[in-house]
Ligand binder design. Structure first.
Ligand SMILES: [Mg+2]
Length: 229
């Protein structure tokens, strides 16, 4: 008997790629990066994404702090164009953190599915994002209304896929593992992580990525949850 449903936020409900892209385009224009030496916004974004992904891996492994992650990803992208400007990278990084959470693009059917599920289950969030950033996203995208407990890795003190964050969330939600489901777009971080804590997962795979792991439940569109649950 399932009573609690835990959702990941970024790339599961909140369309991280679309929202990030929109913000980056706005800031590239605002800080006049073309005039400072980058070739095209798209090429800068591509380089930024490579550095961001690498630095996020380090952050996830606790090898760098969030302040470092926030400006260094831009510092390194700018350096690819011979722009050595720590102040610009810091300003850009701060503006990005301030503006991107205000973007409101969600995956299709987010509101429909959450309204449907809210009538049958208690809903919660487990996210590896930053505390202050994730709450702004939830409010801006009008998602706050659906969720009971919101657990960020900052609040829990550990990040997914560590079983402790799922255990922490279960405790906060007053939920039992066997009565809970975790839904997320990252097979290792969300689904295998949750399974380590005894919580079954539903893998949200909108881009139909290949994988080798054994997956019990998989969906390609959030709307499938309305027949599954
Ligand atoms: Mg995610």
């Amino acid at each position: 008997m399932i009573k609690h449903i835990f959702f990941d936020l970024d790339r599961t409900l909140w369309d991280f790629e679309k929202n990030s892209h929109t913000t980056l385009l706005q800031l590239i224009s605002h800080f006049n990066l073309i005039g400072k030496g980058i070739d095209t916004p798209e090429s800068f974004i591509k380089k930024y994404k490579i550095h961001n992904a690498r630095l996020w891996d380090l952050y996830r492994e606790d090898k760098i702090k969030k302040e470092e992650l926030r400006s260094k990803r831009f510092l390194m992208a700018l350096a690819e164009y011979g722009i050595d400007n720590k102040n610009l990278a810091e300003q850009f990084g701060l503006a990005y953190i301030k503006q991107s959470p205000l973007q409101t693009n969600l995956f299709p059917f987010s509101h429909e599915v959450l309204s449907y599920l809210k009538n049958k289950y208690t809903l919660h969030i487990i996210t590896n994002g930053f505390e202050e950033v994730q709450h702004i996203k939830l409010a801006a995208a009008d998602l706050k209304q659906y969720f009971d407990v919101v657990v960020t890795s900052e609040k829990a003190g550990v990040k997914k896929p560590n079983a402790k964050i799922f255990e922490f969330a279960l405790e906060q939600a007053n939920a039992k593992a066997e009565q809970s489901i975790m839904i997320g777009d990252d097979l290792v971080v969300d689904i295998l992580g949750a399974e380590k804590a005894g919580v079954q997962g539903i893998y949200f795979n909108p881009n139909k990525e290949d994988y080798k792991e054994e997956v019990v439940h998989e969906i390609f569109c959030l709307s499938e949850l309305m027949t599954l649950l």
